[in-house]
Write a protein that binds this ligand. Sequence first.
Ligand SMILES: Cc1cc2nc3c(=O)[nH]c(=O)nc-3n(C[C@H](O)[C@H](O)[C@H](O)COP(=O)(O)OP(=O)(O)OC[C@H]3O[C@@H](n4cnc5c(N)ncnc54)[C@H](O)[C@@H]3O)c2cc1C
Ligand code: SF4
Length: 480
Amino acid sequence: MTEKMLKFVGIKKETPIKIDSESRISNFHEIYKEFIENKASEQASRCSQCGTPFCQVHCPLHNNIPDWLKLTAEGRLEEAYRLSSSTNSMPEVCGSICPQDRLCEGNCVIEQSGHGTVTIGAVEKYITNTAWNNGWVETIKPEKELSESVAIIGAGPAGLAAAEQLRQKGYQITIYDRYDRAGGLLIYGIPNFKLDKSSVQRRTKLYQDSGIKFIQNFEVGKDSTLEELKEKHDAILIATGVYKAREIDVPGKDLKNVFPAMQFLTASNRKGLGDKVSSFDNGTLNAEGKDVVVIGGGDTAMDCVRTAIRQKAKSVSCLYRRDKKNMPGSEREVQNAEEEGVKFIWLSSPKEFLGKDKVEKVIYDKMRLGEPDSSGRQSPKIIQGAQKDLPADLVIKALGFDPEDIPNLFSEPKLEVSKWGTIKTDLKTMRTNIRGVFAAGDIVRGASLVVWAIRDGRDAAKEIHKYLKVKREQSSVQAA
Ligand SMILES: Cc1cc2nc3c(=O)[nH]c(=O)nc-3n(C[C@H](O)[C@H](O)[C@H](O)COP(=O)(O)OP(=O)(O)OC[C@H]3O[C@@H](n4cnc5c(N)ncnc54)[C@H](O)[C@@H]3O)c2cc1C
Ligand code: SF4
């Protein structure tokens, strides 16, 4: 929780937060509940209606924040919900996990004037949760059914947002996903202490009840080619996300108990969802009582360290090769992790993992920041002879993700990709170079944010609608 939020709920900054995970988690929910019930309209009324809504400009969905804050302040919550959900397919999700400090809240005029931002995300979540509790969130009832069908590959936020928008227009939608549950990284990536999974599941259920067909455990590339899907559907959206974990090429990388971040987070999320997870139950992917070393400085690394703390690790260290100022992760997340007891070892890069069979130690080089590279960021350089080590029973690699080789996987070698392997699309129309095939979300942008995936999914839906409308009109002209 940020310093501002702590202050807002009446806790002084210097109040130490217990590292004990269970009490901290329940503390969080109690504090948050109190905040939500008593303060949402008070917070909303802090909006100065400044007339220069930088918050709205910096929200990727351009949510009409000032107006729904005003409605909330006036107690007109149903109207606030209708307005907020007109631009956002999952406001309660974004309200929970957007890095607001970099988006809407970071650009709030009150924040800029040094008086602490209006907690926009918390209010957005409150409005939508109130709507769910009051039955204002309804199944989609298209004005008329259309005969065309659209296949969406990937049930992450990009695919779900596109499905929602296209179903509203009356299209027949089938979502294919290789996991057993819909939601993509909302379900198996983002930890459940940040995002309540039931909020994702109730959305998926709503979409099912609205006539969207979900085919889970279906991997395009294994269970069908792209061409086979094209024969069945009138348009296709690829929204498969990015899943190829970046590797660390150091001696000992193949020792036991060195895992990629997604394996660790998925096991933890599955456990939270009530699945039987043998690799967790037998202790392999459970951090309890262990010295845990997480490598990386992004939000995924922060999720790993904070998950390990909640699993009662003996110690949790995070190695990052640049300094705190240059960390890619959200400042808020780093602060949360520090408050929870994570030890950050800045300017450090792993050199070797040592151990007989299982990892026992991480040897790391100390680094310094050199000249800026082509991206303008100072590149880290090894300080010769300045090695250190850390005890480790569990090492988690969180160095980011690249796209899988989609053209090969989908048996569609002509599908154009960028030099990074992301799918190339026309920026305006979101079309790939293959007729009738569109793409959206992380598979186009590279690893990004949920709110951008939702934006892309909604934009792709508009473009698919335009494409199918023209196709329909052309075939009726030909038939006449
Ligand atoms: C650990 C972690 C934490 C994160 N935390 C945050 C956060 O706090 N806030 C935030 O805004 N963003 C966060 N992100 C980023 C965010 O989750 C992604 O940007 C977002 O989920 C991308 O949405 P998407 O729909 O493009 O892809 P995904 O969510 O990845 O969904 C893609 C879906 O496609 C399916 N799929 C893939 N290949 C195939 C195939 N061949 N056949 C069928 N289905 C397939 C997958 O099973 C998956 O369900 C986080 C990411 C990670 C990894
Ligand atoms: S969607 Fe995200 S950026 Fe936009 S208003 Fe909500 S929390 Fe802020």
